[in-house]
Design a protein around this ligand. Structure first.
Ligand code: ATP
Ligand code: MG
Length: 196
């Protein structure tokens, strides 16, 4: 069974994440898609929303979609979490590398050579990346060959939205409706998430 992993801070999860993940799933015949929100950073670099809120919003955004689930693997880990560790954990749970797909947007993939232990990532999974407005597809050519050999590029409808912009809109009282799933919008409003 093909398994897709979509990692992210998801602060908050929005339709750009969902669209990229779903298009990757359909394109590659992935049967199960696992969303993996990042844990709380050990040292507070900037004010990321607590992981339990980000986890709750990811659950609300994906609820009811048969192929989707949300993993607490990075949230429950006490130490700093790296993509390589998460992928290794899925492999140790019995998934074969040929069945494991790690999905990102283009901005994330273009920075892969700065990830911890990235040299070993292509041994563990197929990489999948979707275009994202503002990031040139030509950047892929500059990635090392051993990355490109395991990388599949998919073209999705351009969705020029980021969590950063949604946080700013929520803070300023500009609407976030139709940028995030309805239940995520309600969660943000009732918990006044980005107001402080
Ligand atoms: P922030 O502005 O806080 O960085 P973000 O919108 O970039 O938030 P992340 O949680 O950082 O969201 O990203 C998680 C993953 O989703 C990354 O692989 C990123 O490239 C991808 N992604 C996010 N938004 C989009 C989008 N609009 N289109 C395609 N991919 C996206
Ligand atoms: Mg980002």
């Amino acid at each position: 069974m093909k398994i897709g992993i979509m990692g992210g801070t998801f602060d908050p999860i929005h339709y750009g994440h969902l669209l990229a993940a779903e298009e990757a799933r359909r394109n590659l015949g992935i049967e199960r898609l696992i969303f993996v929100p990042t844990g709380d950073p050990e040292y507070k670099n900037h004010d990321i929303t607590p992981s339990e809120d980000r986890y709750a919003m990811t659950l609300l955004a994906t609820a009811g979609v048969l192929e989707y689930s949300v993993s607490r693997i990075e949230i429950d880990r006490k130490e700093a979490t790296y993509t390589i560790d998460t992928l290794r954990a899925f492999i140790e749970s019995g998934i074969k590398p040929e069945d494991l797909f790690f999905i990102t947007g283009l901005d994330a993939m273009l920075s892969i050579t700065s990830w911890y232990d990235y040299e070993h990532i292509p041994e563990l999974c197929t990489l999948v990346t979707a275009n994202r407005p503002g990031y040139p597809v030509s950047g892929i050519e500059k990635l090392p060959k051993f990355i490109r050999d395991k990388l599949k590029y998919i073209e999705i409808p351009q969705f020029a939205i980021s969590s950063t912009e949604i946080r700013e809109r929520a803070r300023d009282g500009r609407g976030i409706r139709f940028l995030v799933p309805h239940l995520v919008e309600i969660y943000i409003e009732s918990n006044k998430l980005y107001k402080r």
